[in-house]
Design a binder for this molecule. Structure first.
Ligand SMILES: Nc1ncnc2c1ncn2[C@@H]1O[C@H](COP(=O)(O)OP(=O)(O)OP(=O)(O)O)[C@@H](O)[C@H]1O
Ligand SMILES: [Mg+2]
Length: 461
């Protein structure tokens, strides 16, 4: 469409940030569909300067740079949080906290702020989304509001920067980056250009004043708002707060960390008084049956480096449909189709005549193949209407030929199973060398699927 005014437009991908001069249905950069949004091109002005990290003027030997005070971590003293951060906050470190709307990002942030300010730190919470009264009301719900917690409702980064310079806080939280507008940019808050520029400004501030900073970013599916994915390479640490809204547990996941390990998780529970850390998360995902039930098995799964005992449930019933149903919650349906085919072929079970439903208890999603053996055992147990002993656990990856393959961190899984009172565990035979076995745990090594179902007592007759 020809523009009447002289102002030009460009089209920016809200997923990857690719810029093109005309609109495409499919982004030429990342291949995503319908993600290009129109943005006005800012006329180049002398005052407008893109925020960049101000460095040294000339090259310097790195050995002469003093990093002793930057190394110090500021622990939040919440085990689940400190673990995902790699030990605590880092001075000048910029953390992006992403998550779906309403999952509890502001609650988590406010709880961190309140905790730090109770320890005597001067902390600053900038909200572009809620009024001071609303923030105060949330703080009341979470506990007594401490003195050292400063707050401001503002969207203009210029004013926020001035306030930070005056207040000199020891911790800064920006909720959310999509509401911020950077100086010198006229595009709407939430647009890719604004989000990127605002983050660059905040980063410059955080690094130059050595303030640990957390920014909140909304993740939307429709691509109308710039997703924080664009920002992931700008910030030091990316955390995702996720969970099933119909369940109270929430997972905080590290996706990127310049100062610590990735793929760690922290487990929290949303309660009336805010988020509570769950130090024994296995309890959340384990069944609480009065006795043995057919179709339920427990698998030691790994989330990051954390072992979790997770109950997998299957229901197998005769189907009256031409295409029997395969319904899953918490596992990939393609994986289920494969495992059913393997079980049918290797164990000779007529599963093609059955509707099969598989569910992971507690709303957890399992992606690791270590759960394969558990999924098949649950299906076979339900099909045969034969329960597996509640004190028996099993894990292992299953291949197309019915072989049971080793998975990582066998020792960790066995330890967690033993800790929670399991007395036997069926494991892949080839993953056992050099592993110390927990006391009181009977290890049943298996090489193929047929052996595995036999060891857990699922044989005909
Ligand atoms: N009184 C309460 N008891 C239990 N849970 C509550 C209570 N009040 C709020 N919540 C929980 O807090 C969630 C909202 O939290 P919060 O506002 O921190 O989320 P958010 O991720 O910041 O959302 P937004 O994207 O809207 O900013 C609600 O979905 C609800 O689960
Ligand atoms: Mg919020």
């Amino acid at each position: 469409m020809p523009a009447k005014t002289k102002q030009k437009s460009e089209y920016v991908c809200s997923s990857c940030g690719h810029i093109s001069i005309r609109w495409f249905g499919k982004c030429p950069g990342c291949g995503a569909w319908d993600t290009l949004v129109e943005e006005k091109v800012e006329p180049a002005s002398k005052e407008k300067s893109h925020a960049m990290l101000s460095g040294s003027d000339a090259p310097v030997p790195l050995s002469r740079i003093d990093a002793s005070d930057h190394e110090a971590r500021i622990p939040i003293d919440v085990e689940e949080l400190d673990r995902v951060l790699g030990g605590g906050l880092v001075a000048g470190g910029l953390v992006l906290l992403g998550g779906e709307p309403g999952i509890g990002k502001s609650t988590l942030l406010l709880q961190i702020l309140m905790r730090l300010s109770r320890r005597g730190m001067k902390v600053f919470y900038v909200s572009g989304e809620e009024s001071l009264t609303q923030i105060r009301m949330r703080a009341e719900r979470l506990g007594k509001c401490p003195e050292g917690l400063w707050s401001m409702c503002e969207c203009s980064l210029e004013k926020i920067q001035a306030a930070i310079k005056e207040l000199e806080p020891q911790f800064l939280a920006i909720d959310s980056i999509q509401t911020m507008s950077a100086p010198g940019l006229s595009s709407a808050p939430g647009s890719v250009a604004q989000v990127r520029e605002s983050t660059a400004h905040i980063m410059q501030m955080a690094k130059s004043m050595a303030i640990p900073t957390v920014i909140v970013g909304h993740v939307t599916k429709d691509g109308a708002i710039a997703g924080p994915r664009v920002l992931e390479h700008l910030v030091d640490t990316v955390l995702y707060f996720e969970g099933d809204r119909s369940h109270s547990f929430r997972l905080l996941r590290t996706v990127k960390n310049r100062y610590g390990p990735t793929f760690e998780i922290g487990v929290f529970e949303m309660t009336e008084g805010g988020l509570r850390q769950v130090t024994n998360p296995s309890k959340l995902f384990m069944g609480s049956h009065a006795g043995p039930v057919a179709g339920a098995v427990t698998v030691p799964c790994l989330e990051g480096t954390r072992p979790l005992m997770v109950e997998i449930q299957a229901l197998v019933t005769p189907s009256h449909m031409a295409m029997p149903r395969r319904t899953t919650t918490g596992i990939d349906s393609n994986r289920l189709a494969m495992l059913v085919a393997v079980a049918q072929r290797q164990l000779g079970l007529p599963l093609h005549e059955q509707d099969i439903f598989v569910n992971v208890a507690g709303g957890l999603k399992i992606t690791e193949p270590a759960a394969d053996l558990g999924i098949i055992a649950a299906i076979v147990s339900s099909f045969m209407e034969k329960p597996i002993a509640p004190t028996a656990a099993l894990f292992g990856e299953t291949g197309l030929t019915g072989e049971v393959r080793p998975v990582g961190r066998t020792e960790l899984r066995l330890k967690e199973a033993a800790r929670l009172g399991f007395t036997s565990c069926t494991v892949p035979a080839s993953g056992l060398s050099g592993i110390s076995m927990p006391e009181g745990m009977e290890i049943l090594p298996v090489r193929n699927l047929a052996d595995a179902v036999e060891t857990v007592g699922l044989t005909a007759g």
